[in-house]
Design a binder for this molecule. Sequence first.
Ligand code: B12
Ligand code: SF4
Ligand code: SF4
Length: 213
Amino acid sequence: MEHPILNRIQQESFTPFGWFAPTDLGSTKFIILIGNAGPAMFRRFCREGGGIMDDWTRRVVNSLAQDLGATAAFPFDAPYLPFQQWARAAGNIYQSPLGLNIHKVYGLWHAYRAALLFPTAVGLPRPIASLHPCESCRTKPCLSACPVSAFNGRKYEVDACIGHLHSRNNCTESGCLARLACPVGVPFRYEKPQMQFHMNALKAAHELRPDRR
Ligand code: B12
Ligand code: SF4
Ligand code: SF4
């Protein structure tokens, strides 16, 4: 869809996933959820020197938000904001049996980098709803691909996953086998360096959890 705000977001290498008008967020009257799908954002991040992605995101998105007359909220800031719920409210994004959200086009290969919070409504039409891709996925291969059964359809067994990531022949090199088993969004699978970057970030984030210190 063509719109000056959406075009500006894309120029900055982010994907605008969707938008909605919240009813319970005080002075915020409109939210646009942005993030990465496909390689564009990660390529820019690498071109600009890499490093800590959250710091880079904060710098780039704060400047974008200021240009657009918005403020930014980030998924990595505690207390955690319900980004996955916001994404589902924003349109064409659904919860998969892995707990991760699935997008009708990008599949599991997308993540949220920020929410742009606007003080007034933005004239964007409600996205046309699609069908939940998991409903027509009969065999649900994502649920049986993990070598340590970290997913049971109700819960993600973080310790089992991380234990495997610290073993030999783990998923750090290939990427998460459960996500790779999904037939939706295959053209948007992360490239190898991005796959490895996120797996290493997951290991590092787990080390930093307060109950692991
Ligand atoms: C803490 C955290 C983690 C922790 C613990 C996660 C956990 N499952 O226990 C660790 C570090 C282990 C982790 C791991 C990963 N995470 Co994480 N994580 C977060 C974070 C920062 C906060 C989650 C939270 O508490 N939110 C607050 C609650 C109120 O919001 P909510 O939307 O209602 O969240 C609910 C759901 O997440 C649900 N849920 C979580 N896991 C599962 C699993 C199942 C099976 C089900 C049914 C439900 C469910 O429970 C939450 C509470 O109700 C979010 C960002 C964010 N702000 O949401 C990212 C986020 C959820 N993670 C994300 C990702 C991609 C991952 C990884 C794949 C890492 C990677 N390598 O890329 C893995 C695997 C995640 C998985 N399968 O759940 C993405 C998901 C994107 C998407 N498409 O949905 C998010 C949104 C970050 C982002 N920048 O986009 N994560
Ligand atoms: S493999 Fe099927 S059930 Fe699993 S996330 Fe993909 S579409 Fe949904
Ligand atoms: S990264 Fe590997 S061990 Fe962790 S959930 Fe995915 S398939 Fe399982």
